[in-house]
Ligand binder design. Structure first.
Ligand SMILES: [Zn+2]
Length: 440
């Protein structure tokens, strides 16, 4: 058992002082505020401690593109060509090395779990590796060795776009058929020792990449309540092409084929009709917003507040990793709404913390994480209250959401284990080395 006295901590929806937490077998067994007198022998943790955040949408290899795609103006589609160039260079070993460094960066930014939307399955010409799950297994091992929880969302990708055959690097993504994909996913194994810190979920890449006839492959997972993720309406062109192909919007198509449900996450959900919002809300679907990526790619601003009010549940992801910073994603949701509406106050700091922590974890199949509460998984994210960003900001939830950044994280605990001690420079050195090797 370990005992910690947290100077300030976010519990039961507000910041309390002198919070004594006891941790046993990776879970909180006691959480008591105003307990300074009972803290003899406790490990004293200064600053503001928050629950662990869940990064609900990640493509780990995109991290190698940060800062390298900005010289030409370009579009989403020209950015995608650059992304494909990196995808073409990776093998299971180099992907393990890169992903491990990226997952450590996530821990150092306050994330204690990641939903890895994984589609880089095969060799460059599309031939499966000797172990057809070598790439997915590399990601699971990378997460385990970094110390972050992972839900590996093994992704079905069959088409370059509404019936066109995969070409170039897309052959690495393609299993040939939904049945072959199902067989491969069924053979995927959680690594020894990962225990309940890893899960397997599934994803449909998008309605571009999964023909309507193949969507039934997701029915077993929807019915079983397993995480099912899908890119949805990130681009106007996807909507136009979907309407032309099927006479339905992407959300309409997914609803028609039973893919929407309370453990389904619609990723981006940017360009939606009123009816799309109604369908996602009615199904109680998660909507994984990725504001820093959507900003970087010029995708647009999705209707986050309207989705939440319709019954959908918003979560947050860092997607392309142009930025990895749980705090920046939280405030971006509110600040984007302010720009779009010329009004303030759409999302409260408490709601944003909930979206990033409890709701995000739930969408990845970790319903017992994301809260500093008895019985929950013992995740703790502590931020410095004396940095140039946080000093003088009040030390409450508004400090966390509207002032702090990833650089303020001083300590991260996942399932009771300290996995980050505040040394951001060593995280940077490792990323520099691993990404340098990919571009060499
Ligand atoms: Zn994505």
């Amino acid at each position: 058992m370990s005992v910690h006295l947290l100077q300030h901590a976010w519990i039961e929806g507000r910041v309390r002082d002198a919070v004594l937490v006891e941790i046993e077998h990776g879970r909180f067994t006691r959480v008591t505020p105003d307990a300074a007198d009972a803290a003899d022998g406790a490990d004293r943790v200064g600053g503001l401690t928050l629950p662990g955040f869940a990064n609900t949408h990640s493509h780990a290899f995109h991290r190698a593109l940060r800062g390298r795609t900005q010289s030409d103006r370009g579009t989403f589609w020209t950015w995608r060509e650059q992304m494909y160039a990196v995808a073409g260079r990776l093998d299971p070993d180099s992907y393990y090395q890169l992903a491990r460094a990226v997952y450590v960066e996530m821990l150092a930014a306050g994330y204690t779990a990641v939903g890895e939307f994984h589609y880089l399955h095969h060799q460059p010409d599309g031939t499966p590796y000797a172990d057809p799950n070598a790439m997915g297994s590399a990601l699971l091992a990378a997460a385990q060795d970094a110390g972050i929880r992972i839900t590996l969302l093994d992704t079905l990708y069959l088409s370059s776009g509404f019936g066109a055959a995969p070409e170039g690097v897309q052959r690495r993504f393609d299993d040939g058929s939904a049945e072959a994909w199902q067989d491969r996913v069924a053979a995927l194994r959680i690594p020894d020792g990962a225990g309940d810190r890893a899960r397997i979920g599934v994803a449909a890449h998008s309605v571009r990449a999964v023909p309507a006839a193949a969507l039934k492959a997701f029915t077993p997972s929807v019915d079983a309540g397993l995480p099912v993720h899908v890119h949805l309406s990130e681009q106007v062109k996807e909507n136009e092409d979907c309407l032309a192909a099927y006479g339905l919007t992407p959300a309409g198509l997914l609803a028609e084929h039973g893919v929407l449900g309370p453990m389904t996450s619609a990723v981006h959900a940017t360009h939606l009709t009123d009816e799309d919002i109604r369908l996602l809300g009615e199904a109680r679907t998660f909507a994984s917003f990725c504001p820093t990526t959507e900003r970087d790619l010029g995708d647009g601003i999705g209707p986050s507040r309207r989705l939440e009010e319709s019954g959908a549940v918003v979560t947050l992801g860092s997607d392309s990793h142009a930025v990895i910073d749980a705090f920046e994603e939280m405030r971006a949701l509110e600040l984007d709404e302010r720009l779009a509406t010329q009004a303030r106050g759409h999302w409260s700091a408490a709601e944003l913390l909930t979206a990033a922590s409890v709701d995000g974890h739930r969408s990845l199949g970790f319903a017992d994480a994301g809260e500093i509460a008895v019985g929950r998984r013992a995740d703790l994210v502590t931020i410095d209250l004396a940095s140039t960003r946080t000093a003088g900001t009040g030390a409450d939830e508004h400090t966390a959401v509207f002032a702090a950044g990833a650089a303020d994280v001083t300590r991260v605990v996942v399932d009771g284990r300290v996995v980050f001690d505040g040394d951001h420079r060593s995280v940077g050195r490792s990323l520099s080395e691993k990404i340098g090797r990919i571009w060499a």
